[in-house]
Design a protein around this ligand. Sequence first.
Ligand SMILES: [Zn+2]
Length: 114
Amino acid sequence: MHEISLVRNIFRTLEAEFEKDELEKLSQIDLKVGLLSNVEPILMQNAFEAVTQDEQRFQKAELQVNVVPIIIKCELCGDESEVKNYSFKCSNGHPTKNIIQGEELTIERVHFHE
Ligand SMILES: [Zn+2]
C-alpha cells in the first residue's frame, strides 16, 4: 500500500526535525494534501493506524488530513482560480496547466501535548 510508505516518510521527516523527547509529546499531525496528489484521506488514516502499531512512539498522535483544491494561475492574464470538474481554464477561459496548488503532500503543522 502506497500510503504506508507515505506515513513512514512522514515519521522519518519528523524524526529528522524534532528531538526524541519532543516527539513523545506529539499530539497531532496536520497534513496538507492536494486533490491531484492521489492520496485518499481514509486510506491515509488506515495506514497511519497500521504504522503506529509498529512505531509506538507515535501512538499518542492523531492524523488530520486537510484536502486542498487545485489552483491554477493563468500565464496569459495572471488570473488564479480553482479547478472544478478537471477543467483547466482560468476564469477568462484561457486553458492553462500552470498548477500552483493541488499536487502537494506536506506536513502543514504539528501539535504537542503540554
Ligand atoms: Zn487567463
